[in-house]
Design a protein around this ligand. Sequence first.
Ligand SMILES: *Cc1c(COP(=O)(O)O)cnc(C)c1O
Length: 437
Amino acid sequence: MRFASTLKRAGEVSFRQAVFTGLAPDGGLYHPVTQPDLRELIYSFKDELSFKQIAEALTHTLFPEEISRSGAKRIINRAFSFTPKLISLEDGMEMLELFHGPTCAFKDFGAAFLASTLEEFLTEENSRAVILVATSGDTGSAVARAFYRKKNIDVVILYPSGRVSPMQEKQLTTVGGNITALEIMGTFDDCQRMVKLAFMNKELNSSLNLTSANSINPGRLIPQAFYYIYAYVQLQKSPEDSVIFCVPSGNFGNLTAGVYAWQWGLPARGFIAATNINDVVPEYLQTGRFRPRPSIDTLSNAMDVGNPSNFERLIHGLGGDAAAMRRLIHGERVTDPETKEMIKKAHERYGRLIDPHTAVGIEAALRFKAKFPQKANHIIVLATAHPGKFCSIVEAETGVHPKIPESLEESLHRTKEATLMAGGLQELSSFLKDKFS
Ligand SMILES: *Cc1c(COP(=O)(O)O)cnc(C)c1O
């Protein structure tokens, strides 16, 4: 599989080059030039296979020239100490829990695979890299945990002082080892600007081998396709059954990965794009107009995105064809009051505690089922975060206090370690040089 930029002004690159570069040099996003036909492999998977076994086979099959079978085994073994879990909600509806990783959200899958892949490539080349990443909260903690103790890699995370939640700050600043947290006196945009400037500084970039780990890196996208295939295999349905995936979406990376799996031959009938009131994509599917706009704060805050960066990739992957997208993807928009109502209803109906992002997904799936009872005999809703990350909302709606997962609880008792810094390239640049060269 080779990659090209959505803007078409940069040449084709290998997977290795794409993961080290992150963003294409012309400013576009890397996307696969052609998608392989993996139907035979996918249909050969038996339901007793573990997620790791499926991920390993897919990794090697997708990149046979770049990752050997033993390389794929090492990458997957080091990446995934956790697994997705398929749970039945009601007849014809399942929930795919993707929150059993170290930071209890689905972003752990992409971050873990990327970290292991970079470690494998750097070890082969006997070189080092510095990962530089700006975060508004969740991405940074997933990256911190995924890259902890990876060989030949140092990680520097920039976060906006006072603008991340106390739990997020603990997760960013207590990992230690090869992970360094920089507390920037500014906004998330300032952090992002500093990272961008550092990458544009040729001398700094080449002396430290700077690498990005942000959500647009194809090394985070590809592994997210694996759990769609795993879920389908677990469901034990034949290709004649119509299965639809419902994806709580913000930047649309997760949904794009699902579409990749479908292009490889996963027999899914379609997808539901479930958003909160930041509904740029559902609106596009309805009106044909793409109107990015400033985001609005909601309860499902990881989906508060007004200009979803992966939309470009999604439409590109479908040949730039809006009609093809409409045939494949149905959009639903869910408000905060509806989200709260769903958290309550899921507890009453299914006896389950769910987080606000997952609630958006289940609400959208139930609506779809009511509107089009013939279209799907199975809907799989992706559960993207653990309810224990959203204790107060969940407790307010259900009267039950969700258990905070151990891996989060533990970081709350550790001491914060971060370097306070003003927002500017000069200071960042000298810090990096002092520390790493
Ligand atoms: C990031 C995130 C999302 C949105 O995923 P995208 O790939 O950006 O669409 C949904 N739920 C949770 C919990 C997230 O952290």
